[in-house]
Design a protein around this ligand. Structure first.
Ligand SMILES: Nc1ncnc2c1ncn2[C@@H]1O[C@H](COP(=O)(O)OP(=O)(O)OP(=O)(O)O)[C@@H](O)[C@H]1O
Length: 501
């Protein structure tokens, strides 16, 4: 079994322990330590971190198992890990936010089925890697939701259907009704904080930014923790936030899922309106109108509760033409180009900012979601497959071009341009998987059946006594293997470097 070291910056966090493959040893072994940095791996002797799930503004999240439950229940361990050089005041505020997430999960998660349960909250003080010092890490263990965030779903699907979006909105609105009724405001609703479980139910995650509202008034001063592009004007300006502030962010989330576009692409700053309807078809009028009302700039103009939106959505309305958007009476927020949680003024107007972690995982999360939505990252297998294809094509193109133009600068130039074009098309995922096989098959057939294109292979076949078909295939396979080897070598070097740097 592999255990993941949770010490921030550990150069080799993955530790393999063959003895832990035996359930009896796994249950009874007192502790395991990171072979690189000496950090204890079994957190409080109970939780086994297996892999890094992601890294947000205030910490890292790990998939883990609880060895004190009969089925070694899966769970998520979140570690408090504020990034950057924080002043003691900033650190305290950031720590308060993390502790608040634990408190809210304990209150809300353990009573609502669609908010993750809190399992544990503890701190560890392992010896630091700098001699004589001690580190201090805070951990929060919560229920693991086996599914995908809406952000991940958007990456795969491009857009979601209006019915799917309505389903998501209804479930999240039900959860928000519960959250608001309990005097809290989530304040960070966005696609990456909504998860669809494999059983189809939607969950609301990440209560790190939640704000307890004053009982009765149901308003709270903004702490300035929000996600750009999703937060309403009152939150952006550091003013009071309301239940309708969450409705605004939920509506932006809905637009993003319906259109596959980023908030800044949908917000027209010239007319101060959200212009999204032309990007989404088949949206029922009741849904479109509800979204527009949730997006009004003044909190009092919006629906006043999640329950009101649910009622509006329940009203039947036929698909087709929808009314034009409601014109806001007040200037909406400036919509920035990247929907990322950013540092802002903190509670009681403290001039404190909380920078986001600058680790590789976090910098990935800082990329505009659209880039990730457009092109999914390549797995190692896909990368090697692409290398095999490029090498194969490279071999065939070399035979064809040299047969036609000889071994000249012109044929070399053409070869490079064609290969670069193929690599570009693959990098954009314009051609992938079965397209690669079809393209390789067609190119092979053309080179084999158009005789001027395989003159070079005829020459080699006569030299070595083989037949033309085998010579062509042998050259293409050899260049394909060469490309795989080079790519694998670069991949290994890249992995090694990223472990050390
Ligand atoms: N309870 C959970 N169950 C399953 N996966 C989870 C759970 N909580 C978090 N995750 C996964 O871990 C990832 C990181 O979560 P985390 O809350 O630390 O950061 P984030 O939401 O990506 O960032 P930010 O703090 O900027 O909102 C999430 O994107 C999600 O995929």
């Amino acid at each position: 079994m592999d255990l993941y070291c949770t010490r921030p910056g550990c150069p080799r966090p993955v530790n393999a322990f063959a003895d832990l493959d035996h359930p009896a040893t796994l249950k009874t072994v007192p502790q395991k330590y990171c072979t690189t940095c000496g950090m204890e791996l079994i957190l409080v002797g109970r939780y086994l971190p297996l892999k890094l799930l992601g890294q947000g503004g205030f910490g890292a999240a790990f998939l883990a198992r609880d060895r004190y439950t009969p089925a070694m229940r899966q769970c998520v361990v979140k570690q408090f890990l504020p990034s950057g050089n924080l002043s003691p005041a900033q650190l305290e505020v950031a720590q308060q936010l993390f502790e608040r997430e634990a408190e809210v999960l304990e209150q809300l998660g353990n009573t609502h089925p669609l908010i993750p349960d809190l399992f544990a909250f503890f701190e560890l003080t392992p010896p630091s890697t700098q001699s004589g010092k001690q580190d201090k890490f805070f951990y929060l263990v919560q229920e693991y939701i086996d599914g995908e965030t809406m952000e991940e779903e958007l990456v795969q699907k491009g857009t979601l259907s209006p019915d799917d979006v309505t389903l998501m909105l209804k479930e999240v609105l039900e959860i928000l009704t519960f959250v608001h009724d309990h005097g809290s405001i989530h304040r960070d609703i966005k696609p990456s904080n909504i998860m669809r479980h494999r059983n189809g139910r939607f969950y609301l995650l990440d209560f790190g930014a939640v704000k307890q509202a004053t009982k009765g008034a149901a308003v709270a001063k903004s702490t300035g923790i929000y996600s750009l592009g999703f937060a309403p004007p009152e939150q952006m300006s550091g003013g009071e936030v309301y239940p309708s502030s969450d409705l605004y962010a939920l509506a932006v989330t809905g637009l993003m899922l319906l259109t596959g576009k980023q908030p800044n692409e949908l917000f027209d700053s010239y007319s101060n309106t959200w212009k999204w309807r032309s990007y989404a078809s088949g949206v029922k009028r009741s849904l479109a109108d509800a979204l527009d009302r949730m997006l009004l700039p003044t909190p009092s103009q919006r629906f006043q509760s999640a329950a009101e939106v649910l009622t509006a959505l329940a009203q039947s309305s036929s698909p087709g033409r929808v009314r034009s958007p409601v014109t806001p009476k007040q200037a909406p927020p400036p919509v920035p180009s990247s929907p990322t949680a950013l540092p802002q003024p903190l509670p009681q107007q403290q001039p404190v900012s909380l920078p986001i972690a600058s680790t590789p995982a976090s910098s990935q999360s800082l990329k505009p979601a659209r880039q990730r939505a457009a092109i999914a990252p390549f797995s190692t297998l896909e990368l090697l497959g692409a290398a095999a294809f490029t090498g194969f094509e490279g071999g065939l193109l070399a035979i064809a071009l040299m047969s036609l133009l000889g071994t000249s600068i012109v044929s070399g130039g053409f070869w490079i341009v064609l290969l670069a074009g193929l690599v570009f098309l693959q990098s954009r995922r314009t051609i992938e998987r079965v397209d690669l096989l079809i393209t390789a098959g067609i190119t092979l057939a053309i080179v084999l059946f158009v005789s001027p294109l395989h003159r070079l292979a005829v020459y080699f076949a006569s030299l070595f006594g083989g037949n033309v078909l085998l010579t062509v295939v042998a050259i293409a396979v050899a260049t394909s293997l060469g490309a795989i080897a080079v790519t694998a070598l670069f991949r290994i070097i890249f992995n090694l470097l990223s472990n050390f740097l």
